[in-house]
Design a protein around this ligand. Structure first.
Ligand code: DC
Length: 229
Protein backbone atom coordinates (compact mmCIF):
# COMPACT_ATOMS: atom_id res chain seq x y z
CA UNK A 1 0.00 0.00 0.00
CA UNK A 2 1.33 3.47 -0.71
CA UNK A 3 -0.34 6.77 0.11
CA UNK A 4 0.79 10.33 -0.64
CA UNK A 5 -0.90 11.62 2.53
CA UNK A 6 -1.30 9.52 5.68
CA UNK A 7 -4.50 7.44 5.44
CA UNK A 8 -7.21 7.98 8.03
CA UNK A 9 -9.95 5.78 9.47
CA UNK A 10 -12.63 7.81 11.25
CA UNK A 11 -14.89 6.37 13.94
CA UNK A 12 -17.72 8.70 14.96
CA UNK A 13 -20.76 8.08 17.11
CA UNK A 14 -22.50 8.91 20.39
CA UNK A 15 -21.01 8.44 23.87
CA UNK A 16 -20.81 4.90 25.13
CA UNK A 17 -21.08 3.15 21.76
CA UNK A 18 -17.61 1.59 22.16
CA UNK A 19 -15.63 3.88 19.83
CA UNK A 20 -12.55 4.06 22.00
CA UNK A 21 -12.20 0.27 22.38
CA UNK A 22 -12.70 -0.21 18.65
CA UNK A 23 -10.19 2.51 17.76
CA UNK A 24 -7.54 1.12 20.09
CA UNK A 25 -7.98 -2.34 18.58
CA UNK A 26 -7.75 -0.99 15.01
CA UNK A 27 -4.66 1.06 15.88
CA UNK A 28 -3.00 -1.97 17.44
CA UNK A 29 -3.84 -4.25 14.55
CA UNK A 30 -2.74 -1.82 11.81
CA UNK A 31 0.12 -0.24 13.77
CA UNK A 32 -1.37 3.21 13.13
CA UNK A 33 -1.69 6.21 15.46
CA UNK A 34 -4.83 6.71 17.53
CA UNK A 35 -6.36 10.11 18.25
CA UNK A 36 -9.10 10.55 20.85
CA UNK A 37 -10.45 13.94 19.73
CA UNK A 38 -12.80 14.24 22.73
CA UNK A 39 -9.68 14.91 24.81
CA UNK A 40 -9.31 18.39 23.30
CA UNK A 41 -12.77 19.40 24.48
CA UNK A 42 -12.39 17.63 27.81
CA UNK A 43 -9.06 19.36 28.56
CA UNK A 44 -10.52 22.79 27.78
CA UNK A 45 -13.49 21.96 30.03
CA UNK A 46 -11.20 20.75 32.82
CA UNK A 47 -8.93 23.81 32.69
CA UNK A 48 -11.92 26.14 32.62
CA UNK A 49 -13.49 24.46 35.67
CA UNK A 50 -10.21 24.12 37.54
CA UNK A 51 -8.98 27.69 37.03
CA UNK A 52 -12.38 29.37 37.05
CA UNK A 53 -12.15 30.43 33.44
CA UNK A 54 -15.66 31.15 32.15
CA UNK A 55 -16.52 28.09 30.06
CA UNK A 56 -19.35 30.03 28.44
CA UNK A 57 -16.80 32.52 27.05
CA UNK A 58 -15.85 31.48 23.55
CA UNK A 59 -12.98 33.98 23.46
CA UNK A 60 -11.35 32.66 26.65
CA UNK A 61 -11.67 29.07 25.47
CA UNK A 62 -10.07 29.87 22.12
CA UNK A 63 -7.18 31.51 23.90
CA UNK A 64 -6.76 28.41 26.12
CA UNK A 65 -6.76 26.18 23.04
CA UNK A 66 -3.52 27.77 21.84
CA UNK A 67 -1.71 25.96 24.69
CA UNK A 68 -2.72 22.53 23.44
CA UNK A 69 -0.51 20.29 21.38
CA UNK A 70 -0.18 16.74 20.13
CA UNK A 71 2.58 14.50 21.35
CA UNK A 72 3.47 10.99 20.30
CA UNK A 73 5.04 8.72 22.88
CA UNK A 74 7.94 6.55 21.81
CA UNK A 75 6.85 2.87 21.50
CA UNK A 76 3.15 3.77 21.68
CA UNK A 77 0.69 4.54 18.92
CA UNK A 78 -1.59 6.53 21.22
CA UNK A 79 -1.30 10.28 20.60
CA UNK A 80 -1.33 12.39 23.74
CA UNK A 81 -3.07 15.75 23.87
CA UNK A 82 -1.02 18.00 26.11
CA UNK A 83 -1.86 21.30 27.78
CA UNK A 84 1.25 23.45 28.31
CA UNK A 85 3.26 20.26 27.92
CA UNK A 86 1.30 18.40 30.63
CA UNK A 87 -0.70 15.20 30.19
CA UNK A 88 -4.04 15.66 31.96
CA UNK A 89 -5.66 12.46 30.63
CA UNK A 90 -6.22 10.95 34.04
CA UNK A 91 -8.15 14.00 35.29
CA UNK A 92 -10.73 14.34 32.54
CA UNK A 93 -12.77 11.14 32.69
CA UNK A 94 -15.63 12.35 34.92
CA UNK A 95 -19.22 12.85 33.78
CA UNK A 96 -19.06 16.53 34.79
CA UNK A 97 -16.09 17.09 32.49
CA UNK A 98 -17.87 15.15 29.71
CA UNK A 99 -20.95 17.34 30.01
CA UNK A 100 -18.94 20.57 30.18
CA UNK A 101 -16.87 19.39 27.19
CA UNK A 102 -20.08 18.90 25.25
CA UNK A 103 -21.05 22.51 26.06
CA UNK A 104 -17.58 23.83 25.16
CA UNK A 105 -17.86 21.95 21.85
CA UNK A 106 -20.89 23.98 20.75
CA UNK A 107 -18.79 27.14 20.15
CA UNK A 108 -17.86 27.60 16.46
CA UNK A 109 -14.58 29.46 17.17
CA UNK A 110 -13.46 26.75 19.59
CA UNK A 111 -14.12 24.03 17.01
CA UNK A 112 -12.34 26.10 14.36
CA UNK A 113 -9.31 26.62 16.63
CA UNK A 114 -9.10 22.88 17.35
CA UNK A 115 -9.18 21.87 13.69
CA UNK A 116 -5.50 22.65 13.21
CA UNK A 117 -4.47 20.61 16.28
CA UNK A 118 -6.56 17.63 15.26
CA UNK A 119 -5.28 17.63 11.71
CA UNK A 120 -1.71 17.77 13.04
CA UNK A 121 -2.32 14.24 14.32
CA UNK A 122 -2.37 12.88 10.78
CA UNK A 123 0.90 10.98 10.53
CA UNK A 124 2.31 8.03 8.65
CA UNK A 125 1.71 5.11 8.65
CA UNK A 126 -1.91 6.20 9.33
CA UNK A 127 -4.38 7.56 11.85
CA UNK A 128 -7.47 6.18 13.58
CA UNK A 129 -9.58 9.18 14.65
CA UNK A 130 -12.29 8.87 17.31
CA UNK A 131 -14.92 11.59 17.76
CA UNK A 132 -18.18 13.14 16.60
CA UNK A 133 -17.17 15.01 13.42
CA UNK A 134 -14.06 13.15 12.30
CA UNK A 135 -15.60 11.88 9.03
CA UNK A 136 -17.70 14.96 8.30
CA UNK A 137 -15.48 17.95 9.17
CA UNK A 138 -11.99 17.12 10.39
CA UNK A 139 -11.01 14.42 7.90
CA UNK A 140 -13.65 14.52 5.15
CA UNK A 141 -11.19 12.79 2.79
CA UNK A 142 -10.67 9.80 5.15
CA UNK A 143 -10.28 6.48 3.35
CA UNK A 144 -12.57 4.67 5.77
CA UNK A 145 -15.47 6.11 7.77
CA UNK A 146 -17.40 4.24 10.42
CA UNK A 147 -20.37 5.41 12.50
CA UNK A 148 -20.66 3.27 15.62
CA UNK A 149 -23.86 3.42 17.64
CA UNK A 150 -25.96 1.45 20.13
CA UNK A 151 -29.29 1.87 21.92
CA UNK A 152 -29.35 4.50 24.69
CA UNK A 153 -30.05 1.78 27.31
CA UNK A 154 -27.07 -0.30 26.27
CA UNK A 155 -24.78 2.73 26.11
CA UNK A 156 -25.87 3.81 29.62
CA UNK A 157 -25.16 0.29 30.92
CA UNK A 158 -21.67 0.30 29.39
CA UNK A 159 -20.90 3.82 30.61
CA UNK A 160 -21.97 2.86 34.14
CA UNK A 161 -19.65 -0.14 34.07
CA UNK A 162 -16.76 2.01 32.79
CA UNK A 163 -17.26 4.74 35.42
CA UNK A 164 -17.55 2.20 38.24
CA UNK A 165 -14.42 0.47 37.00
CA UNK A 166 -12.64 3.83 37.24
CA UNK A 167 -13.75 4.17 40.85
CA UNK A 168 -16.70 6.58 40.44
CA UNK A 169 -19.77 5.98 42.56
CA UNK A 170 -22.76 6.52 40.21
CA UNK A 171 -26.04 4.74 39.43
CA UNK A 172 -27.79 3.80 36.18
CA UNK A 173 -30.40 6.56 36.41
CA UNK A 174 -27.72 9.24 36.82
CA UNK A 175 -25.68 7.89 33.91
CA UNK A 176 -28.77 7.52 31.73
CA UNK A 177 -29.87 11.12 32.34
CA UNK A 178 -26.37 12.46 31.76
CA UNK A 179 -26.11 10.53 28.50
CA UNK A 180 -29.47 11.87 27.30
CA UNK A 181 -28.37 15.46 27.95
CA UNK A 182 -25.06 14.89 26.18
CA UNK A 183 -26.73 13.20 23.18
CA UNK A 184 -29.11 16.11 22.95
CA UNK A 185 -26.26 18.62 22.92
CA UNK A 186 -24.03 16.64 20.51
CA UNK A 187 -26.79 15.73 18.01
CA UNK A 188 -28.49 19.12 17.94
CA UNK A 189 -25.74 21.74 18.02
CA UNK A 190 -25.68 24.12 15.06
CA UNK A 191 -22.10 23.45 13.98
CA UNK A 192 -20.62 20.00 13.29
CA UNK A 193 -23.51 18.09 14.89
CA UNK A 194 -23.13 14.36 15.40
CA UNK A 195 -24.36 12.99 12.08
CA UNK A 196 -23.05 10.14 9.95
CA UNK A 197 -20.91 11.15 6.96
CA UNK A 198 -22.39 10.17 3.60
CA UNK A 199 -19.92 7.44 2.69
CA UNK A 200 -19.97 5.72 6.07
CA UNK A 201 -20.37 2.18 7.42
CA UNK A 202 -23.22 2.27 9.97
CA UNK A 203 -22.36 -0.21 12.69
CA UNK A 204 -24.90 -1.04 15.42
CA UNK A 205 -23.12 -2.48 18.45
CA UNK A 206 -26.23 -2.97 20.64
CA UNK A 207 -26.44 -6.74 20.31
CA UNK A 208 -22.92 -7.71 19.29
CA UNK A 209 -19.74 -8.13 21.26
CA UNK A 210 -16.69 -5.88 21.00
CA UNK A 211 -14.86 -8.71 19.19
CA UNK A 212 -17.61 -8.86 16.54
CA UNK A 213 -17.52 -5.07 16.14
CA UNK A 214 -13.76 -5.22 15.61
CA UNK A 215 -14.03 -8.05 13.07
CA UNK A 216 -16.71 -6.21 11.06
CA UNK A 217 -14.86 -2.87 11.16
CA UNK A 218 -11.55 -4.44 10.20
CA UNK A 219 -13.06 -6.37 7.28
CA UNK A 220 -14.66 -3.16 6.00
CA UNK A 221 -11.46 -1.13 6.49
CA UNK A 222 -9.34 -3.67 4.62
CA UNK A 223 -11.84 -3.72 1.77
CA UNK A 224 -11.93 0.10 1.53
CA UNK A 225 -8.18 0.54 1.86
CA UNK A 226 -7.61 -1.81 -1.05
CA UNK A 227 -10.23 0.08 -3.04
CA UNK A 228 -8.56 3.47 -2.68
CA UNK A 229 -5.05 2.34 -3.63
O1 DC B 1 -15.75 11.41 23.20
P1 DC B 1 -15.86 12.16 24.54
O2 DC B 1 -16.95 11.64 25.40
O3 DC B 1 -14.54 12.21 25.25
O4 DC B 1 -16.22 13.68 24.13
C1 DC B 1 -16.59 14.64 25.08
C2 DC B 1 -17.43 15.70 24.40
O5 DC B 1 -16.62 16.43 23.48
C3 DC B 1 -18.59 15.18 23.57
O6 DC B 1 -19.78 15.04 24.33
C4 DC B 1 -18.76 16.21 22.50
C5 DC B 1 -17.37 16.78 22.33
N1 DC B 1 -16.70 16.28 21.12
C6 DC B 1 -17.00 16.91 19.95
O7 DC B 1 -17.84 17.80 19.90
N2 DC B 1 -16.35 16.54 18.81
C7 DC B 1 -15.46 15.56 18.82
N3 DC B 1 -14.84 15.24 17.69
C8 DC B 1 -15.16 14.88 20.02
C9 DC B 1 -15.81 15.25 21.17
Amino acid sequence: MSFTTPPVITVDGPSGAGKSALCKALARYLGWYFLDSGKFYRILAFIALQYKVDYMSEKELVSLSSYLNIFSLAHSNQLQVLFRGKDLSYKIKTELIGRTASQVATFPCVREALLYHQRAARKFPGLIADGRDMGTIVFPDASVKIFLYASPQERARRRLFQLQKNGFSVNLQFVSDALKKRDNCDYNRALAPLIPAQDVLMLDSTYISLEEVIIKALAYAKHRLLLVI
